[in-house]
Design a protein around this ligand. Structure first.
Ligand SMILES: *[C@@H]1O[C@H](CO)[C@@H](O)[C@H](O)[C@H]1NC(C)=O
Ligand SMILES: *[C@@H]1O[C@H](CO)[C@@H](O)[C@H](O)[C@H]1NC(C)=O
Ligand SMILES: *[C@@H]1O[C@H](CO)[C@@H](O)[C@H](O)[C@H]1NC(C)=O
Ligand SMILES: *[C@@H]1O[C@H](CO)[C@@H](O)[C@H](O)[C@H]1NC(C)=O
Length: 253
């Protein structure tokens, strides 16, 4: 009797452990991966998310372009993924990589082969150095498994001011946590919170005139978490300048 009971308890504890682990670790999903460019990674710049010099901005080579289904019209920009090669002893290396989504891998509907980035394919187009961490160069394309992970960034969220007096355009980058910003609000020292709208990628805009006011931001990511950065930019803020705010709390996953 006692043995049966402890066996039952053990099963329950194990079931609980499995449930808890499943909640903490999102399931892996299937995709494919290719690479672009050479080992210098010089082609890793700019891209459809609106980031600029990826090296200066701290993303470096640890970035990826996403197929149509994963890119979601730019909503996924800034999200981080853990990727591993899968299902080939011939081509796979036993390593994983962490990358941030910075670009779009466009579909090509006139092609009938190698349509990696067309819907409904899930696809990562990686820089060559990243691809070669998880697979052999000669593979060209490999099956991968991936999952979303927390973005680990150094320092605060960065706000890069572009535009002009009548149109403020702010690139929001170096975002930790979920990484993909879904909402941005701005506040001048003399105003209430003002809703910004997405212009493209992670560029957010407002037509409110906020010249001569110190500026605060509320940045919300796809997991619903919000970080407020008060008086990030001083009253004499300038277009062309980048200001640094607070950061999302992140744990390594
Ligand atoms: C694994 O590889 C085989 C042979 O290439 C392929 O048929 C199968 O679809 C692959 N499965 C996954 C999940 O990638
Ligand atoms: C892959 O690497 C992990 C950790 O480095 C190790 O535990 C595992 O045995 C390796 N698997 C293979 C198939 O080499
Ligand atoms: C799309 O594919 C066609 C056929 O292979 C090719 O000629 C064309 O250059 C491709 N378009 C783009 C934008 O890459
Ligand atoms: C991966 O590529 C294979 C073709 O090699 C394709 O059949 C499969 O649908 C792709 N997987 C995903 C998740 O897009």
């Amino acid at each position: 009797m006692g043995g049966e009971r402890s066996a039952a308890i053990l099963v329950m504890v194990m079931a609980l452990l499995i449930i808890t682990t499943a909640q903490v670790e999102p399931a892996w999903d299937y995709a494919n991966a290719t690479f672009y460019g050479d080992m210098s990674g010089a082609q890793t710049m700019k891209g459809a998310c609106g980031y600029g010099d990826l090296f200066k901005q701290g993303y470096g080579l640890e970035t990826t372009a996403l197929s149509t289904v994963l890119f979601q019209d730019g909503k996924t920009c800034g999200a981080c993924f853990k990727i591993m090669c899968h299902n080939s002893t011939q081509w796979c290396l036993n390593n994983s990589i962490h990358v941030t989504a910075t670009n779009f891998c466009p579909p090509n509907y006139t092609k009938s082969t190698d349509i990696w980035c067309n819907p409904p394919r899930k696809h990562f187009d990686l820089s060559q150095p990243m691809f070669r961490k998880i697979a052999l160069y000669q593979a060209g394309v490999v099956h991968v498994i991936y999952r979303r992970v927390a973005c680990i960034k150094t320092g605060g969220i960065k706000f890069d001011f572009k535009g002009n007096q009548n149109w403020i355009l702010v690139l929001v980058y170096n975002v930790g946590g979920a990484g993909d910003v879904v909402d941005v609000k701005i506040k001048g020292s003399n105003t209430d919170w003002i809703q910004m709208s997405r212009n493209w990628g992670q560029n957010w805009q407002t037509t409110s005139n906020l010249m001569g006011q110190s500026l605060s931001f509320q940045v919300t990511t796809s997991d619903g978490k919000m970080v407020e950065s008060d008086n990030v930019a001083p009253a004499n803020w300038q277009f062309g300048e980048t200001y640094e705010g607070e950061q999302f709390q992140t744990e390594e996953t």
